[in-house]
Design a protein around this ligand. Structure first.
Ligand code: AMP
Length: 193
């Protein structure tokens, strides 16, 4: 893996552990010589992970929309940045630049990005791994929702298990490096009625 896209909160969350883990992941990504691609903002955990990778001498690319750039959200110290016209083209570019994806705790933006990355893997549009850093068990409710989707016949178990869930940055990067896409198509045979 040479390049990873990270999705994470543009807020800090309620507990210092969220920032501590974002910092630890940024450091580990830079130490491994992996390029960090992210949304380009200086806000919340986004700013924390960028600062930490940069402080470790890592390469950090921000992909930000014109609107957010004009609103002054851009991190001032990035290695490079790209400006896109809208959120959709921004996500497509972040995906293009990455060999895999990591989500940290975050809000609606983070969930949306994480689920899109998984959906595209599920459909075979790309074969890139998706992981989440499970600080303070943040992603356990999402795993519960996936399990519910499996039980109710909307998600294949293989797809629900695609998400790598780790609470240690090093273990997470190791698991992402080993990951292989499941060879299974998306659709579930309907039960006989
Ligand atoms: P949220 O989880 O709702 O705070 O949104 C964070 C995610 O949405 C990040 O991974 C970004 O890719 C995107 N995002 C949200 N706010 C910004 C911002 N101010 N600048 C750039 N990207 C943002």
């Amino acid at each position: 893996m040479r390049s990873l896209t990270v999705f994470c909160g543009s807020n800090f969350g309620t507990h210092p552990r969220y920032s501590e883990d974002a910092k630890a992941l940024g450091r580990e990504i830079a130490r491994r010589g992996i390029r960090l691609v992210y949304g380009g903002s200086a806000k919340g955990l986004m700013g924390v992970i960028a600062d930490s990778a940069l402080a470790e001498g890592g390469e950090v690319i921000g992909v930000i929309t014109r609107l957010l750039h004009e609103l002054g959200h851009m991190h001032p110290g990035l290695s490079t940045y790209e400006i896109t016209e809208d959120m959709r083209s921004r996500k497509a570019r972040m995906s293009e630049l990455a060999d895999g994806f990591i989500a940290l705790p975050g809000g609606l933006g983070t969930f949306e990005e994480l689920l899109e990355a998984m959906t595209l893997t599920q459909l075979g549009e790309h074969h890139k791994g998706v992981a989440c850093l499970n600080t303070a068990q943040f992603f356990v409710p999402l795993q519960g929702l996936f399990a519910h989707g499996v039980q109710e016949g909307f998600i294949k178990a293989e797809h629900s298990q695609m998400l790598i869930v780790e609470d240690n940055p090093g273990a997470l990067l190791d698991a992402l490096g080993r990951w292989q896409a499941p060879v299974v198509n998306k659709w579930i045979e309907p039960a006989k009625r």
